[in-house]
Write a protein of this length. Structure first.
Length: 78
C-alpha cells in the first residue's frame, strides 16, 4: 500500500476510501483521477478501482510502504 498519490505526491491515509489503484497498484488520489482521460491509469491505461483500506490495528502489525512513487509525467497523460 503506497503512502502517496503517484501524480501529485499528496500523502494518502491507509483508511482513505477515495484512493484509486490499477492492477499494477499505481496509486492515485481522487482529485487526480478526476482529471485522467477516460478515468484510466495514465501509466498502463488500465481500469482504476477503489483501493482497499487497512485498519489502524492491521497497520500496526503490517505497516504500509514508506516508499514513495512519484510520476510527474502523469500530468502529460491528462
Amino acid at each position: 500500500m503506497r503512502p502517496n498519490c503517484e501524480c501529485c505526491d499528496r500523502d494518502l491515509s491507509p483508511e482513505d476510501t477515495s484512493v484509486s489503484i490499477c492492477s499494477f497498484e499505481c496509486t492515485w488520489c481522487a482529485d487526480c483521477v478526476a482529471t485522467f482521460r477516460g478515468g484510466r491509469c495514465p501509466n498502463c491505461g488500465g481500469d482504476l478501482t477503489p483501493r482497499p483500506t487497512r485498519s489502524a490495528e492491521k497497520c500496526a502489525s503490517n505497516p504500509v510502504s514508506t516508499v514513495r512513487v512519484h510520476n510527474p509525467d502523469c500530468l502529460s497523460a491528462r
